[in-house]
Design a protein around this ligand. Structure first.
Ligand SMILES: [Zn+2]
Ligand SMILES: [Zn+2]
Length: 232
């Protein structure tokens, strides 16, 4: 299943067909059941870090020793194969269609979480200007619309443009991200979900959690479309 840009452009006018195989995908869907089933998923992920947990356990030994600063992580897909290709396209092309395509299949996994607002991980304004959109906001909007949860994309802002994170160690990432975010809530949220397209080390989420906690947010969940399998 190769993804080709021209094909995607054609599909904009014709949503309702599967982005991967072109067959009808169903109402409000852009990914058919067969292609959705074939995307790589993790069975029995740890509820806190999204990485494989031992059979029949909800929390992995690593998170039991040192829990992350959030209460739950949900990342339904593994960032590899067609999922990886779709998400890379999401960053650079056809954002709305792909955000819709993945959200159309994924949103039921986020039902019933008792969350007051969805908060996309913000981009620095320079990056936003270069790219023209924040892919996390597109995903947050898609999920918010389906789940009936408001999206707050103004309270959490990125005040420092950080260097590219890839290739940095966990500690270097943490340092790179310290003081990168500012939280100035428009209203007092108690339970929020941070939204990102892909979670790699979780360093970005940790940096966001720090400022949210400091302002009294009690319950933070981290939601993304996909997770890389390497924790560091
Ligand atoms: Zn399909
Ligand atoms: Zn874990």
């Amino acid at each position: 299943m190769k993804i080709n840009i021209r094909y995607f452009l054609d599909r904009i006018a014709n949503s309702g067909d599967c982005l991967l195989c072109e067959l009808p995908a169903g109402r409000h869907q852009n990914l058919c059941r067969h292609c959705w089933n074939s995307l790589p998923k993790l069975h029995n992920p740890c509820q806190l870090c999204g990485l494989p947990a031992p059979p029949a356990e909800r929390i992995c030994p690593r998170c039991r020793r040192k829990p992350p600063p959030w209460q739950s992580m949900i990342a339904p897909l593994v960032f590899t194969g067609d999922t990886r290709r779709l998400l890379l396209q999401l960053k650079f092309n056809e954002q709305l269609l792909i955000a819709n395509c993945l959200a159309s299949r994924i949103w039921p996994q986020f039902i019933g979480r008792d969350i007051e607002a969805l908060m996309p991980v913000p981009l620095h304004r320079e990056r936003l200007f270069e790219r023209g959109f924040n892919q996390s906001l597109l995903i947050a909007r898609q999920l918010g619309w389906r789940l009936g949860i408001p999206v707050d994309h103004r309270s959490l802002v990125r005040i420092r443009a950080t260097e590219a994170q890839s290739g940095l160690s966990r500690n270097q990432r943490r340092k790179n991200l310290s003081k990168a975010f500012l939280y100035q809530p428009r209203r007092k949220w108690r339970r929020i979900a941070l939204i990102d397209d892909v979670i790699t080390t979780g360093s970005t989420m940790e940096a966001c959690c720090r400022v949210l906690r400091a302002s009294g947010v009690e319950h933070i969940e981290t939601w993304s479309l996909a997770r890389t399998l390497k924790g560091d």
